[in-house]
Write a protein that binds this ligand. Structure first.
Ligand code: C2E
Ligand code: MG
Ligand code: MG
Ligand code: MG
Length: 292
């Protein structure tokens, strides 16, 4: 039988809800100005070619350390910042900060011509009419060739203002800023947009990678996503690779690149560069994983 909803249960439930609401509100207030107060930083996670094992780029991931609340996950605060509109200022900060890192790394001769840094872009940013132009102007001001820079957008990010997103992304793609669809397969998507939007990369979400050695359905989905991407001229990056077996399987089905803790966690800029300098490409293991 179901537990009875006693008055105490109802009260503690609504108290928990209220506490959660208060916490959200507190976070939402704390986000405002967090970049100016120096509480935010970027971490970089390498992307590795499954064909050559070379580093082909990195993804910039936002980190927030609040003086009292400690580390707060972007999965928790990005949606709040989207709702409040603060994501616009934060997104600008992420773009600026990433470009400054690219400039520094290029000066130090650390980036070869095939290396790009990708930034995640929120739905709200893609509703701006001047998003692409401002980004291109910024790159020009920093003297960064467009191909060093890339964007990741989610399916929901595209849906909120498809018309404008299309215009903005087309303008960027024309200028060689690569655009990836992030978390592919997890959002509310229509396959139609894959055909009509200028993506160069499709990222397989970690949800399909996690259990790939145990779950034949996940393997089938990974195969299908990879074939779909190739059919529309995109390459494929798999997210959340944690084991050699996952890497080997994705390599075997033609997935071009991978990211995940197996290679490296997202690292602060200086550690990221150290990591890159010590990365010794090893060819993928020839032993196939044991499929269950
Ligand atoms: P995402 O863009 O799909 O990023 C991948 C997430 O998976 C990152 O979480 C990364 O740390 C995590 N990850 C990478 N490899 C592994 C792995 O092997 N195992 C596991 N368990 N996790 C792995 P993170 O950094 O917490 O970011 C979460 C999400 O927050 C991102 O998902 C992205 O949607 C959003 N985000 C992060 N930074 C930004 C930003 O600057 N702007 C916007 N708009 N969104 C951001
Ligand atoms: Mg991403
Ligand atoms: Mg992703
Ligand atoms: Mg994901």
């Amino acid at each position: 039988a179901l537990p009875q909803d006693t008055p105490q249960r109802i009260q503690s439930y609504s108290e928990a809800l209220e506490a959660q609401q208060r916490h959200r509100l507190r976070l939402q207030q704390a986000i405002r100005g967090a970049t100016q107060r120096g509480e935010m930083s970027l971490a970089f996670q390498p992307k590795i070619s499954l064909l050559t094992q070379e580093i082909i780029g990195a993804e910039a991931l936002l980190r927030w350390h609040h003086p009292e609340l400690g580390h707060i996950s972007p999965a928790d605060f990005i949606p709040l910042a989207e709702a409040s509109g603060d994501i616009l200022a934060i997104g600008d900060w992420v773009l600026e900060e990433t470009m400054q890192h690219i400039v520094t790394w290029r000066k130090q001769g650390l980036l070869n011509d095939r290396f790009h840094v990708a930034v995640n872009v929120a739905a709200r940013q893609l509703t701006r009419r001047d998003f692409a132009q401002r980004l291109l102007d910024r790159l020009a001001a920093y003297g960064i060739p467009e191909r060093f820079f890339a964007l990741e957008v989610t399916e929901s990010g595209l849906m909120s203002d498809m018309q404008n997103a299309r215009i903005q992304l087309a303008q960027l793609a024309k200028m060689n800023v690569a655009v990836a669809i992030d978390d592919f397969g997890t959002g509310h998507s229509s396959l139609a947009y894959i055909k009509t939007l200028p993506f160069s990369t499709l990222k397989i979400d970690r949800a399909f990678v996690m259990d790939i050695d145990k779950n034949p359905v996940d393997r089938q989905l990974a195969v299908m996503i990879t074939q779909l991407a190739h059919a529309v001229g995109c390459d494929v990056v798999a997210e959340g690779i944690e084991t050699a077996a996952q890497a080997a399987y994705l390599h075997s089905i033609g997935c071009e690149a991978a990211q995940g803790y197996y290679y490296a966690r997202p690292l602060p800029a200086n550690e990221f560069i150290d990591w890159c300098n010590h990365w010794a490409p090893v060819l993928p293991p020839l032993t196939a994983m044991e499929l269950v």
